[in-house]
Design a protein around this ligand. Structure first.
Ligand SMILES: Nc1ncnc2c1ncn2[C@@H]1O[C@H](COP(=O)(O)OP(=O)(O)OP(=O)(O)O)[C@@H](O)[C@H]1O
Ligand SMILES: [Mg+2]
Length: 454
């Protein structure tokens, strides 16, 4: 379309140029022949038209007022009446000049397009005839046809190049998307190890890299979940197995003394307690995992939480002659979930008592500094060697499994403490020396205006 529009514009321009020059020549010839037409001087008129025709390379005809050819520069049409529209425009209309296009079929030069320009011959204020100037415009037609052909070729070539480039770039864009789709399908079919591995820059590469990161996290979570299920089932099976042994030994033994029954039933009761606390912890952890647990923030004084925990655990400590001292003189207000924070501090003090020999000491202190509040639980108990310290916050990790069984531990306590600390934007630190004791510090950000209250 562009090629047609361009070539037709050029054609119009060239044709108009040609018509204006032909009309000029016709006008000047009309002025020259006017006196000779009125005198019927065909010879002079012939000389003029032949001379002008040679100059401009066209054919001049001089027509009288009836449209009959008085003089023809080619001498063919003398005496012939012409009734072309351009002639009638002049002789019977009011135009002083006119033009029209004609397809000429000439046996000598073949088919070609010509333009006829006419101009009125005026003598003494009267139109006494017309000059018809005919000239071929086939050169213009040929030139514009060639122009159209060339522009069309250029446009087709350009289209071809654009198509090739766009196919190439489309392939570049769609290839990684296709890869990403394939990986997404494989992952949705359960193969979480799949990765797109698309390097480089650009939106698609960034999307693929984020996608890979997300898959990594999902795979990690999935692995943790299945480990959790297998660890939990294993932990639940252990008390069940010991209960079964106890029950069977009572069931299949004859004449079991009453004291033995009582002892075994006491052991079974202990295992039930252990299972109970394990299930409670597991439920809490699974709630934390599934984000069902929301923290209900309240402003609470740390002294009130610590005192409640110590009071609750005091009887257990007394039973084993362990002295629990507290120093909450550095009291501060925390914006926390009091129940959860109490559970965390409770787990830490309970551990300190549990892993301290009879007659030992536990010391609970509070301190705040630089926007953070800390509860420090120190004991002079069994302590731990450094290799255990990095694992004690993992689920079900116990330093001495046999000992923990005696003390009824499940290995979930510290994991819960750390989860609660993280929930509050805090952390748990530990220092310990085997045989000397341990110090656990729970650090939580202070309520915003705490500094002002104190
Ligand atoms: N104060 C401490 N002194 C020495 N060892 C400790 C102390 N606190 C924790 N530990 C060690 O870290 C391990 C993990 O503690 P954690 O509280 O998670 O589990 P647990 O006490 O065995 O069981 P529970 O889930 O019932 O608390 C314990 O088994 C114990 O070996
Ligand atoms: Mg514990």
């Amino acid at each position: 379309m562009v090629s047609i529009a361009v070539s037709s514009l050029v054609e119009d321009y060239l044709v108009n140029q040609r018509i204006s020059s032909l009309t000029k020549a016709a006008n000047s010839t009309a002025v020259q022949v006017a006196p000779y037409l009125s005198d019927d001087d065909a010879g002079t008129m012939y000389d003029i038209v032949v001379n002008n025709g040679n100059d401009s390379g066209g054919r001049f005809l001089v027509l009288n007022s009836s449209g009959i050819v008085a003089v023809d520069s080619f001498s063919d049409l003398n005496g012939v009446k012409l009734s072309d529209r351009e002639v009638n425009d002049i002789l019977y209309g009011r135009n002083s000049s006119s033009y029209g296009f004609h397809s000429i079929n000439d046996p000598g030069s073949g088919n070609f397009w010509a333009v006829y320009c006419t101009s009125s011959i005026v003598h003494n204020g009267q139109v006494i005839g017309a000059v018809l100037y005919s000239s071929s415009i086939q050169d213009v037609v040929n030139a514009t046809a060639m122009l159209q052909e060339r522009t069309l070729t250029i446009f087709l070539l350009a289209c071809g190049i654009i198509i090739i480039i766009s196919l190439f770039t489309t392939n570049l864009i769609t290839k990684p998307i296709k890869k990403l789709t394939d990986v997404a399908i494989k992952i949705s079919n359960g193969d979480l190890s799949q990765r797109a591995n698309i390097r480089g820059k650009g939106e698609v590469a960034e999307l693929a890299q984020t996608f890979d990161m997300m898959c990594g996290r999902i795979q990690n979570m999935d692995q943790q979940r299945s480990e959790f299920v297998s660890d939990a089932s294993h932990e639940l099976k252990t008390p069940l197995a010991s209960m079964k042994i106890l029950v069977e030994s009572m069931l299949y033994q004859d004449n079991v003394p009453e004291e033995v029954y009582k002892e075994f039933l006491g052991d079974i009761n202990g295992e039930i307690d252990r299972m109970n606390s394990l299930i409670t912890d597991l439920l809490l952890l699974s709630k934390m995992d599934s984000d069902i647990v929301t923290i209900n923030l309240e402003k609470v004084r740390i002294s009130s939480i610590v005192n409640k925990c110590v009071n609750a655990l005091e009887p257990i400590a007394k039973e084993r002659n362990i002295r629990v001292r507290t120093d909450v003189s550095d009291d501060f207000e925390l914006e926390c979930d009091p129940l959860k924070l109490r559970q965390a501090i409770n787990n830490l003090i309970e551990n300190a008592i549990k892993y301290t020999s009879d007659g030992g000491h536990v010391f609970v202190t509070t301190k705040h500094h630089g926007g953070e509040g800390a509860v420090r639980i120190e004991d002079d108990g069994v302590g731990m060697s450094p290799e255990h310290l990095e694992h004690i916050f993992e689920r079900f990790y116990r330093v001495d499994k046999a000992r923990s069984r005696e003390t009824g531990g499940t290995g979930l306590g510290l994991h819960i403490v750390r989860r609660i600390a993280l929930m509050h934007g805090g952390r748990v630190d530990v220092e310990s020396k085997e045989g000397k004791g341990s110090v656990f510090t729970l650090v939580v950000p202070l309520a915003q205006h705490t500094e002002d209250i104190l």
